[in-house]
Design a protein around this ligand. Structure first.
Ligand SMILES: Cc1cc2nc3c(=O)[nH]c(=O)nc-3n(C[C@H](O)[C@H](O)[C@H](O)COP(=O)(O)OP(=O)(O)OC[C@H]3O[C@@H](n4cnc5c(N)ncnc54)[C@H](O)[C@@H]3O)c2cc1C
Ligand code: SF4
Length: 334
């Protein structure tokens, strides 16, 4: 996809989405389907599945270089260096249409009702201001949209939880673990995956290559370049690859934000609503939430001076990386 020069973007849009990961893809599609005009800017580009490393015999070498999980190792124009000097964790992420869902394992566990009440139940952290039941309809909607595979009726959840696709078969290790849990009298349930166990919409049936975390060559994994973004385009949204947004685009005084976890007001007169990823959040502000579609990573993090969240860089890294942007990186759009 061709990148846009700043002068090309002098149009007025209802919604500007920065970042085409799962969060951005769901927002882009939802807004476009509601009839709003939407542009999504993505610093990386569309990925061609035939380029995925597992297509090549030397794939184990490729995943240590251009296809590494760590952007500091990859160092591609779509990446930016992440400062890990004071961090015990290294980032794992992908920058491109689909975001880190290009790499994700598509494990699809849903938060338990008790996860929302850890302060009350366990005396740790905080209770959430919303409950499992508040989120359930949205979880269900996303599960249906992307074709989650699993076994309904898990007794750890309130009644009514089911999945659109049948589960994947259990492997030897899973059966062993289940037998052990049975012996101990522990509750267990087959895992849920955002991987098609049979053909679903445009997704192929999983061929069990087992290389999901470096891009699915079969097109069976619901990465968000395959699900949500194509439908967003059909609904009229524009997705612009190789378009890195500058902080100016998403200049949000925190006081003007509607809440830590919803779209922020953008100061640009050309944009009515702006949704942006963690990296653009002002220092010590709340990070943009992970998509509701990735419950494993749902709770928002407060960016701290040294913390690195699971897969997304913190505001601190933004401050560092803007200074060290390499020549040849994706063009800034402001
Ligand atoms: C190896 C791996 C395995 C994982 N396994 C699982 C799993 O099994 N289950 C699970 O639930 N989760 C898993 N995750 C986590 C999951 O992929 C992330 O939680 C999810 O992708 C986050 O979505 P997001 O849209 O919030 O952010 P991201 O996916 O990080 O997307 C953000 C996008 O914004 C773009 N962007 C950032 N800054 C700018 C800018 N200035 N201008 C333009 N674009 C910008 C980035 O290029 C990126 O494409 C895994 C992640 C990895 C890396
Ligand atoms: S076909 Fe299935 S197992 Fe193989 S990479 Fe794709 S999602 Fe993973």
């Amino acid at each position: 996809m061709e990148s846009q020069k700043p002068s090309d973007t002098a149009e007025i849009v209802d919604v500007l989405v920065i970042g085409a990961g799962p969060s951005g893809a769901v927002v882009t599609h939802t807004a476009a389907a509601a009839g709003l005009s939407v542009i999504c800017l993505e610093q990386g580009d569309w990925v061609n599945p035939s380029d995925f490393p597992a297509n090549f015999p030397e794939w184990e070498l490729l995943i240590q270089h251009n296809w590494a999980h760590d952007p500091n190792v990859r160092g591609l124009p779509s990446d930016y260096p992440v400062d890990v000097e004071d961090s015990d964790m290294w980032p794992v992420m992908f920058n491109g249409v689909g975001g880190s869902s290009i790499y994700y394992g598509a494990e699809w566990p849903r938060l338990l009702p008790s996860d929302f009440r850890v302060k009350t139940l366990d005396g740790v952290a905080d209770d959430w201001p919303i409950s499992y039941n508040d989120l359930k309809p949205y979880h269900d909607e996303v599960d249906e949209f992307i074709g989650v595979a699993g076994v309904g009726g898990d007794t750890a959840y309130p009644e009514g939880l089911d999945y659109p696709l049948p589960p994947h078969p259990m492997g030897k290790a899973g059966i062993k673990a289940a037998q052990a849990a049975n012996k101990l009298g522990w509750h267990w349930w087959p895992g849920t995956n955002a991987i098609a166990s049979q053909k679903y919409k445009t997704l192929e049936q999983c061929g069990r290559w087992g290389v999901c975390e470096w891009g699915c060559p079969q097109g069976a994994k619901a990465s968000f370049d395959l699900m949500y973004m194509p439908q967003a385009l059909k609904a009229g949204a524009q997705v612009r690859g190789s378009a890195r947004s500058s902080p100016k685009v998403a200049d949000w005084p925190p006081a003007r934000s509607t809440s830590p976890a919803t779209a922020m007001l953008c100061s640009s007169p050309r944009v009515r609503w702006c949704c942006a990823p963690t990296a653009l959040a002002p220092r010590d502000s709340y990070c943009f939430p992970q998509a509701i579609s990735t419950p494993m990573a749902w709770p928002t993090h407060r960016a701290s001076s040294a913390a690195t969240s699971c897969c997304t860089p913190t505001a601190r890294h933004w401050a560092t990386t803007t200074k060290t942007w390499k020549a040849g990186a994706a063009p800034l759009v402001s």
